[in-house]
Design a protein around this ligand. Structure first.
Ligand code: COA
Length: 576
């Protein structure tokens, strides 16, 4: 069996160490020089409920967690039953032998005494490490790397815990050795040209923290919320080392207020939240727009509204990000496709906030927040970092001076001769409150006009329009996707083209202001335009209809999970 790509799924209950087991496999694969893309889903409760971790690994670029899995490890019978329908002939299943499932025809079964082993070793928690030992033996996952990450991770729990887990690992491997291996799955070999040191493995949240450090973040205000909290956890450790400050605020309103204050004080400032927190921040986002304060809010989307599905995947905060404000207010909205974007587009978000002196919302997603991916090691020396336009001290200072590009130079508090106030009231050029109709008209236009150049100036949009002879041909279907759905569409398009179907992709990452000209130009090259997204209303499709002349077909679903390439492929075939 061609083995350049392997997908392993581990499932059980929250509290059974599913996440740790998946993390260990992902780390061992990355250390072997393989590409890694992980996906995990778990309940909102701290203990109990179905938890699942999928590791996709291979020696070529990976864009999504894959259609289904090759190897399945079930720590209990419920997890087995949930996944039963996905057990196609050829799949390998490793399971705890306390239950005796009915194994579908053609599936390779490996019962391992996980529970019994952990009980014998006096550490119930070690059940997952017995499973890991078996997986390592059966599928060539390097035992040395797994044992190292195991020992490092559990070191803080005490030497006895480490030793019991190592013993469980060895026992699981021995038990697997006693079974006859009937399948051919094994870990792919890393490509020779790729050295492990050229890549790092990060979660989306860690990558956002790293991007912020590279961009020169000075101040971060933290208020915890799933799935964004890990950004604060990363920055709490690393921002002070770079001379920055992190404060834990009392709520989201305080967080965004502190960020606006820090920005007024001349600092690069950011916070992160999720849907309910973004709602609470909307008043201060209006203030930041009015007072022209550069601020960045990272919104890690989860299933909503309200507390919704706090640990699940959804792309449903687009309307809130673009329009969630009182009055005539705008903001720049960016969205990330993958962990690499989480680094580079956090830099972009801070750069754009400083350049355009306005709020920027960076949309991430829970599936990316929790996903670990290998990415090329970022080189800060080759990443452009932008500082805000500051007053040069010439002439008289006017905080909201009308300039050619509508962007007014800023002055840090204490700058001689540059005393000014930042107010949410309408104001004239020097910042004095002024409610005259002409002032409000002019200042509102100024705040919007400075963003008009952005769609042509910032070009993260990408058109996957095929190469060579196909390039100029009209596609039967053109797919527009945003966020992590892009990676799924990339793979779906490759498969569809292999079947001779003419299909193109369009991947906007600057969501607002919308790059209308690019959308319309793309649509001209396709017979049907399809927008795919994980929400109920088809939010991007709505925005496209509102802002352009297009009327795309919307395929919008919200089941708490990302699309698979096969689902996108099926939708395209329906439209042919
Ligand atoms: N030996 C010793 N300890 C082990 C172990 C082993 N073999 N395997 C796992 N553990 C520990 C882990 O280190 C972790 O310890 P920690 O809590 O000190 O970090 C703990 O057991 C849980 O294991 P882990 O692998 O991280 O998770 P899990 O697969 O058991 O699932 C979660 C638990 C993640 C689902 C659950 O705890 C959780 O956090 N749910 C989400 C809560 C949330 O965010 N709700 C939203 C609120 S709005």
């Amino acid at each position: 069996m061609a083995n350049n790509n392997l997908i392993i799924r581990i499932a059980g209950d929250g509290g059974e160490g599913i996440i740790s087991t998946g993390d260990f496999i992902a780390a061992a694969c990355a250390r072997s020089g393989l590409e890694v893309y992980t996906f995990k889903t778990f309940p909102a409760e701290v203990r109990g409920g179905y938890a699942m971790y999928q590791v996709r690994t291979g020696n070529a670029a990976l864009h999504n967690p894959g259609n289904t899995f090759d190897i399945f490890c079930a720590l209990n019978s419920e997890a087995f039953e949930i996944n039963r329908d996905r057990l196609t002939p050829g799949t390998a299943v490793v399971y705890d032998d306390t239950f005796s499932p009915e194994i579908p025809e053609g599936v390779h079964a490996y019962p391992i005494p996980m529970t019994v082993t952990s009980k014998q070793l006096g550490l119930k928690k070690a059940k997952n490490m017995a499973a890991l030992g078996a997986l390592s033996h059966l599928f060539d996952i390097p035992a040395k790397a797994l044992k190292k990450v195991l020992a490092d991770t559990f070191a803080s729990k005490g030497e006895d815990v480490v030793q019991a887990n190592l013993a469980a690992f060895e026992k699981g491997a021995e038990q697997a050795e006693d079974l006859r291996k009937t399948d051919t799955w094994k870990l792919p070999k890393a490509s020779k040209s790729k050295k492990a040191k050229d890549v790092i493995m990060l979660s989306g949240n860690q990558a956002i923290g790293l991007g912020a450090l590279i961009a020169g973040l000075d101040f971060y205000s933290a208020y915890p919320i799933t799935p964004a909290s890990e950004i604060a956890k990363y920055l709490a450790v690393n921002l002070p080392k770079m001379g920055g400050t992190l404060i834990q605020a009392e709520d989201e309103i305080a967080s965004i207020s502190q960020v606006v204050g820090a920005s007024f004080a001349g600092k690069k400032a950011m916070t992160a939240t999720s849907g309910p927190g973004l709602s609470l921040m909307s008043e201060m986002l209006g203030f930041a727009f009015m007072s022209e304060a550069p601020v960045v809010v990272v919104n890690v989307q989860r299933g909503g509204p309200s507390t919704g599905l706090p640990t699940k995947h959804e792309q449903s905060d687009l309307f809130a990000a673009v329009y969630g404000s009182h009055g005539d207010a705008a903001r720049i909205v960016l969205s990330v496709e993958n962990v690499a974007d989480c680094v580079s587009m956090t830099v972009d978000a801070l750069n754009l906030a400083e350049t355009y002196a306005c709020p920027v919302i960076l949309l991430s997603e829970s599936s990316l927040a929790f996903s670990s991916q290998t990415i090329p090691t970022p080189d800060p020396d080759h990443i452009k970092v932008v500082e805000r336009k500051r007053w040069d001290g010439e002439g008289e200072y006017h905080r909201y001076a009308m300039t050619e590009d509508f962007i007014s130079p800023m002055a840090d508090p204490g700058t001689p001769c540059a005393l000014h106030i930042a107010t949410g009231l309408e104001h004239n050029a020097d910042g004095t409150p002024n409610y005259a109709a002409a002032t409000h008209e002019a200042m509102t236009a100024k705040r919007f006009d400075k963003l008009k150049a952005l769609p042509d100036a910032y070009m993260p949009v990408e058109i996957d329009a095929a190469r060579g002879a196909e390039k100029d041909e009209k596609a039967d279907v053109g797919i527009i996707a945003w966020g992590s759905s892009i990676g799924v569409v990339r793979e779906a398009i490759t498969a569809l083209r292999a079947d001779g179907i003419k299909v193109k992709g369009f991947y906007p990452k600057l969501i607002w202001p919308m790059q209308v000209a690019q959308f319309e130009a793309f649509a001209k090259t396709c017979r049907t335009v399809l927008v795919v997204e994980i929400n109920h209303q088809g939010q991007l499709a709505h925005l496209i209809r509102a802002a352009s002349t297009l009327n795309p077909v919307s395929h919008a679903v919200c089941g708490g999970l990302p699309f698979t390439p096969a689902q996108i492929g099926a939708k395209v075939r329906e439209l042919l």
